[in-house]
Design a binder for this molecule. Structure first.
Ligand code: PMP
Length: 290
C-alpha cells in the first residue's frame, strides 16, 4: 500500500508522522472517511467540502486547495489500484511543542490512505442489528460540536465501549437533554406511519453525507421526511429503524434496548432505500481512471 503524506508516497511501514504532531498529542485535526465504488469516488465533493468546514471551525489551515486535495485523493486511489475501497483523509495540526497551543505548529499535515473496506457481515444486513442506548451523552455543541469531524473521537469511543460491554455493535447516543443525537459512527433514522424521521442536526450529530443522500432519495420517492427531536420512546415504538454512514451504508436495526422494533426484521421502506442507495453508489461518483 502507498500512503500519501504531504505530497509524497510512502510504503505502509515507512508512513509515519512525528510524535510531536498535535494530531497525536491532542487529537487536534480533522478527517473524512470516503468510499470508492466501481472505480469512482462517491460524494467526493461533499466530503472535501465537509473537511474544509471542519478545518475552518477549528481554525486549521489546510496547506492545499480543495482542487489539490481532490486530485491527491484520486491519485492515491490510482497508486493503490483502487476499484472499491475506503479512503481515509486526515489533516493534523502538525508538529509543535509539547504545550497544547496550536500556534506552535507551523504547518498542518495531509495524510491519505486508500485501503480495502472492512464490512459488517452480510447476515447483519439481512437480519438487522441489535443496538443499545448508552450512558455517555454526545458532546455538547457548545463544547465540541459534533458537526466537526475532528480527530478527537473519545466521546464516540466511550459509547462504543459501552455498546461492546452490552454485547452489541453500535450505541445510540443521546444528547444532554435526553434526545436522540446519533450513533458512534452513524446517523439514525426511524420510519413511523409511512414517514421518515431523523434527529435534527442541532440535537448533536455529524452532518452525515449518507444521511443527506438518504433524505434526498426518500424525497425523490415522495416519502415524507422530517427532523423532529426524538426520544427513546420514539425509537422503541418505531415501525422501522436504520443507521446510515459511509462505511456501514444503511444498516437495518431490529432491536433497541431489548425492545423489538416493528416486525423484528428489516422493513419495506428500509429495503427500498437500501436498493436506491446501492443503485446510486453504482452509478455516480468521481471517476478514478480516465
Ligand atoms: N456520525 C458520526 C459520529 C460519524 O463518525 C459518521 C461517519 N462515520 C457519521 C455519523 C456518518 O457520516 P457519513 O454518512 O458522512 O459517513
Amino acid at each position: 500500500m502507498k500512503i500519501f503524506i504531504d505530497g509524497k508516497y510512502y510504503d505502509e511501514r515507512d508512513a509515519k508522522i512525528s510524535v510531536f504532531d498535535h494530531g497525536l498529542l491532542y487529537g487536534d485535526g480533522v478527517f473524512e472517511g470516503i468510499r470508492a465504488y466501481n472505480r469512482r469516488v462517491f460524494k467526493l465533493k461533499e466530503h472535501i467540502d465537509r473537511l474544509f468546514y471542519s478545518a475552518k471551525a477549528i481554525l486549521l489551515e489546510i496547506p492545499m486547495s480543495q482542487a489539490e486535495i481532490t486530485s491527491a485523493v484520486l491519485d492515491t486511489c490510482r497508486e493503490n489500484k483502487i476499484r472499491n475501497g475506503y479512503i481515509r483523509l486526515v489533516v493534523t495540526r502538525g508538529v509543535g511543542t509539547l504545550g497544547l497551543n496550536p500556534r506552535s505548529c507551523k504547518r498542518s499535515s495531509v495524510i491519505i490512505i486508500a485501503d480495502k473496506i472492512q464490512l459488517y457481515p452480510p447476515e447483519l444486513y439481512r437480519q438487522g442489528m441489535d443496538i443499545v442506548t448508552v450512558p455517555t451523552t454526545r458532546n455538547l455543541h457548545s463544547a465540541l460540536n459534533p458537526a466537526i469531524k475532528s480527530l478527537n473521537y473519545l466521546n464516540n469511543i466511550l459509547a462504543k465501549i459501552e455498546a461492546n460491554n452490552a454485547g452489541v455493535e453500535e450505541a445510540v447516543m443521546l444528547n444532554a437533554e435526553g434526545f436522540v443525537a446519533e450513533c458512534t459512527g452513524d446517523n439514525l433514522f426511524i420510519v413511523k406511519n409511512g414517514g421518515l424521521f431523523t434527529p435534527p442536526l442541532s440535537a448533536g450529530a455529524l452532518y452525515g453525507i449518507t444521511r443527506q443522500t438518504v433524505i434526498d432519495l426518500a424525497r425523490d420517492t415522495d416519502l415524507k421526511v422530517s427532523e423532529p427531536n426524538l426520544t427513546r420512546y420514539d425509537l422503541f415504538c418505531a415501525d422501522e429503524c436504520f443507521l446510515t454512514g459511509t462505511g456501514a451504508e444503511i444498516v437495518p436495526v431490529v432491536k433497541i434496548d431489548h425492545r423489538v422494533i416493528g416486525a423484528g426484521k428489516p422493513g419495506p421502506i428500509t429495503h427500498k432505500l437500501v436498493a436506491a442507495y446501492h443503485a446510486l453508489t453504482k452509478a455516480s461518483g468521481e471517476p478514478i481512471y480516465r
